[in-house]
Design a protein around this ligand. Sequence first.
Ligand code: SMG
Ligand code: MG
Length: 370
Amino acid sequence: MKIAEYELRRIHLPLVRPFRTSFGSQSDREVLIVKITTDDGVIGWAECVAMSAPVYSPEYISGALETMREFLIPAINKAGDVEAATIAQVLKPFLGAQMAKAALETAVLDAQLKTAGMSLANYLGANKTKVPCGVSVGIAPSIEALVEEVTSYVDAGYKRIKLKIEPGWDIEPVRTIRELFPHMPLQVDANQAYSRGDGHHLQQLDDFDLLLIEQPLDEHDILGHAQLATLMSTPVCLDESITSLRSAEDALELKATSVINIKPGRVGGYLESVKIHNYCLERSIPVWCGGMLETGIGRAANLALAALPGFTLPGDTSASSRFFKQDITVPFEMNDGYLDVPNSPGIGVVPDMDFMNSITTSIETCVGTS
Ligand code: SMG
Ligand code: MG
């Protein structure tokens, strides 16, 4: 296909409650939405999961936008006739920028699959029509507030709880939630907040029958994670460290991780995500789908991925209402702890243009090949 036009749009959505992690608190989500129009007039949508600031990963919205405008889009235009499966190769000369690359590839994929009349779930190899929902719970202002928030998610039917932790907010909050919900699948995520010397402290978490501890150390500290994994009985799971199939293979081989959080934006797209999934499935390594506070556009595509057979743990695939009062698509609503996997062609959802226009802060268009 040929792309006639690209639209890069920044939108601003308030969160229903502040979301605090070890790298800061946010009360709204700025999102970069990518729209492509093919020369046949077919539209493809995608969400770039970069955040406003480079605090979760080195990518951030303004940088991703500039990378797309200055490098990635001109390269796709130069290639001329493209399909989703060729985009990664076309963009390979430009280092990093996984989130920007993923968004462009996904927009092409959406348009391509709409043309073919196939859902993303089918294309990726899904074997489920609904997926169990987990929820990620931020660092709370107090234990009481945490208990109240977690209880509301348990009552809503969530099947797995993930607690954000950091030094000073770890053993006691986890103990409290474990005592209150002895049978609830529970895991923790530190977003790199600890250092190698914290191994014995973190060992205390072994008492709470956790599914896993996610990214306790620096994203580049593969050796530190491998050492920690020998100290703890709780499985270590890498998030930020995994930016490609190659890095997943290395981390597994080095025993720095025994579970993988697959986030399509972080690894450069859904096609790379499927490669990681396939590699892990062959070796019986459990994987789960991470989240980046996506709107319905990104959430829809994540659900398609989470429906693949190797996604044996519930992901951060929560309902739209977990983060947003109003989503930009028809909201994803949980049914008995599950979300339905979209089955219409492409990612299966489109934005509500009136609402999206009302929260848009800037729009930039780039011409394609005509
Ligand atoms: O989308 O449910 C979601 C958010 C899940 O905790 C979540 N994501 O490190 O896994 C992670 C974080 C990254 C974003 S934190 C602002
Ligand atoms: Mg994480």
